[in-house]
Design a protein around this ligand. Structure first.
Ligand code: C2E
Ligand code: MG
Ligand code: MG
Length: 666
């Protein structure tokens, strides 16, 4: 029921109740008034009878009574009769006129009888001597009196009956109306009670719903702004905070520092120990970051293993450099402390990039970009270090954008040429193979080296196309050399991890081998160790399949990635290519020479060919030979050369008896 209907119902009930009460009051009042009429009717009779009594006394000679008293009684009786007709008031009470025509007629008759009675009484009194008892006038007098009494009694009876009837009506009506009102108020109150109960229930459920919505909103708000795993603010909240911090700094001429922290080899930890442990590690890292900063600074998790610290309110750029340097160093130190992941003790490091407001960027977007670039620079410098953003880095970022912009056209127009870098057997000097190295012949900018464009191709999704283009070009060159009688041994081709991990990689290689018609046994694919560590199961199978095709597999840049040596035994590989940094540094520290020696021994123990990259001096070559490293590659022999130049170079060297060619001679 609508509130308006309830309102009307309540109003009607109240109106009904007031009407009932008023009606009962009216009836009661009427009864009260009319009950006075009974008295009046009785008075008529009493006064008349008294008058008759005194009159008879006087007529029988009793001289104590006065005839005037008789007349007065008769007049009093008539007064009451008149009061019943027209209303009147005396010491006994107030009398209202009767409305009932029948009763009025009876009263009129009573008055008539009373007048008749008075008339005959006067007559009799005047003829006192003749009106002795038993005389005719006496008999008439009695008859008139009796008629009067009869009439008076009739009126009295009628009034009594009428009042009795009205009283009964009043009683029954009252009972009925009280009953009806009681039922009505019961129905109404139970209805209102029920409604109130429902309303209370409704209010209660509304309150609960509101509370649930508020809780949900709070949760949603929390989820929208905080990272569920670590409880740190997420990217959304971070952007908001950073913008606020910058606006504040702008107003107060303060400096702000942004520390972009990326954990080193987190993926490897995840793969080796499982995601649960990885999550635990992230939680502990978050806690350590929190402990390194002030209350007013923010540490946020912006993605997987990437965190940012905002340091605000620093007086000038110099104090920003000082503070961010010391906090970054503290962060690196704390993050390097061992982590206990359910009993497994893990060590991890981080690479940190720092960008400062206002020098390195005037808004949030640029600052983040530059801190990110600085962090990548830290990674490229061998990880586990802090780098501040520099204009050089900025230039590199611009350059990357430019490369990305031109790369698609370069692939479509095949602006790439291949250079070949020979590898030789260290003990015999024989050429044992070539590494294929791509170069971009840019129509305006000249030659661009792969270190510049390969990472860009990887990040913008063009690497698959590019690598397959290179593989196809390399296969054609291999076939061409085979057909012209050159055999420079195995041809090693670099494969990007992204390309290697694609599901169609195997089929693509297989198709190119059969379409171009090359011998799979003369091809070696160079992959990095990160590929194996990150996709253990998939890589194991793929390596087996590639092996079955006859291809050889080399692990490139060995020692620079996540070198958990134990993984080597789980994969079928043929060659270990030791990164050139180990070759160039072996004589600079004892540690480097020990590492180099151990890596070579590990390869030998596993029965692999060990290639030392970056041999530039005779000393390096001799040292590696002494360590029993089997193959060398480096500028000592030559820089990587285009196919024709390589042919000429090798032919000339052979002619000068400087080198040997492994199998077929030129
Ligand atoms: P990488 O596979 O480790 O190749 C060896 C790099 O070391 C080559 O650089 C080579 O020129 C250089 N190098 C060899 N010996 C010496 C030396 O004695 N001294 C010095 N300073 N450098 C030496 P490059 O050609 O610039 O290639 C750089 C990297 O680019 C390669 O490292 C490889 O990771 C990638 N890359 C090259 N070509 C390809 C390709 O066709 N596909 C893919 N995916 N990556 C490629
Ligand atoms: Mg390589
Ligand atoms: Mg290498």
């Amino acid at each position: 029921m609508q509130p308006r209907q309830i309102y009307i119902l309540t109003l009607m009930s109240a109106f009904l109740l007031i009407s009932v009460m008023s009606f009962l009051f009216y009836l009661g009042n009427k009864l009260l008034i009319e009950s006075a009429l009974i008295e009046a009717a009785e008075e008529i009779k009493i006064e008349g009878t008294t008058a008759h009594l005194w009159f008879e006394e006087i007529m029988s000679g009793d001289s104590t009574e006065s005839i005037d008293g008789v007349w007065k009684d008769i007049d009093d009786a008539d007064w009451y009769a008149k009061a019943m007709l027209d209303g009147g008031e005396n010491a006994e009470g107030t009398y209202f006129p009767l409305q009932d025509p029948q009763l009025r007629a009876s009263i009129v008759a009573v008055r008539k009888a009373l007048a008749e009675f008075k008339k005959i009484a006067v007559n009799r009194y005047n003829n006192f001597s003749d009106a002795v008892p038993g005389s005719e006038i006496d008999s008439q007098f009695d008859a008139v009196f009796l008629d009067f009494i009869k009439q008076a009694e009739n009126v009295e009876r009628m009034i009594k009956i009428r009042i009795h009837r009205e009283y009964n009506q009043y009683r029954y009506l009252s009972i009925f109306l009280i009953f009806v009102s009681t039922i009505l108020s019961f129905v109404l109150s139970s209805f209102l009670f029920k409604r109130e109960k429902n309303r209370t229930k409704l209010f209660e459920s509304l309150r609960e719903a509101k509370q649930a919505i508020e809780e949900k909103n709070f949760k949603l708000d929390y989820m929208a702004h905080y990272d569920a795993l670590t409880g740190l603010p997420n990217r959304v909240l971070f952007l908001d905070r950073l913008e606020q911090t910058i606006v504040h700094a702008m107003r107060k001429q303060f400096s702000v520092a942004l520390l972009f922290i990326d954990l080193d080899h987190f993926k490897a930890v995840n793969d080796q120990y499982g995601h649960q442990q990885g999550d635990q590690l992230l939680k502990q890292v978050s806690q350590r970051l929190r402990n390194c900063i002030r209350e007013e600074d923010s540490a946020v998790r912006i993605s997987g293993d990437e965190f940012i610290i905002i340091l605000g309110d620093m007086a000038d750029i110099n104090s920003a450099i000082k503070v961010s340097n010391s906090i970054a160093a503290e962060v690196m130190k704390k993050l390097q402390e061992p982590y206990d992941l359910d009993g497994s003790i893990i060590h991890i490091s981080a690479s940190t990039g720092v960008a400062l407001y206002p020098d390195d960027g005037s808004n949030a977007e640029i600052l983040i970009k530059h801190a990110d670039a600085a962090m990548y620079h830290a990674k490229s410098l061998g990880k586990n270090n802090i780098q501040f953003f520099s204009s050089e880095l900025n230039r590199q970022a611009q350059r990357q954008l430019e490369i990305e912009h031109n790369l698609r056209t370069a692939i479509e127009e095949d602006q790439f040429i291949l250079h070949y870098h020979p590898q030789w057997q260290l003990n015999s000097g024989k050429i044992s193979g070539l590494e294929v190295l791509v170069r971009w012949q840019h129509p305006e900018q000249g030659m661009i080296f792969p270190d510049e464009f390969i990472p860009v191709a990887e990040s913008c999704g063009l690497i698959q196309q590019l690598d397959l283009l290179i593989v196809s070009k390399a296969f054609h060159q291999l076939k061409s050399w085979n057909m012209t009688g050159f055999d420079f041994g195995c041809m090693a081709i670099n494969i990007s991890p992204i390309c290697f991990c694609r599901a169609d990689f195997f089929n693509n290689i297989q198709n190119l081998i059969s379409d171009i018609g090359v011998d799979a046994g003369s091809i070696e694919l160079e992959i990095t160790e990160s590929v194996l560590v990150n996709n253990v199961k998939q890589s194991q199978q793929l390596l087996l399949d590639l092996h079955r095709l006859g291809l050889r597999i080399a692990i490139d840049d060995f020692g620079t990635g996540y070198s958990s040596m134990s993984y080597l035994k789980d994969f079928v590989i043929d060659t270990l290519k030791i990164d050139r940094s180990f070759v160039s540094e072996y004589n600079q520290s004892k540690t480097s020479s020990v590492v180099l020696k151990n890596m070579i021994n590990l390869g030998i123990d596993l029965g692999l060919d060990v290639v030392a990259e970056g041999i530039e001096t005779i000393e390096q070559e001799t040292y590696l030979k002494d360590l029993n490293c089997s193959i060398g590659q480096g500028f000592l022999l030559t820089k990587p050369l285009p196919a024709q130049e390589l042919e000429n170079f090798l032919t000339a060297k052979l002619a000068d008896n400087i080198i040997n060619i492994a199998s077929k001679q030129v």
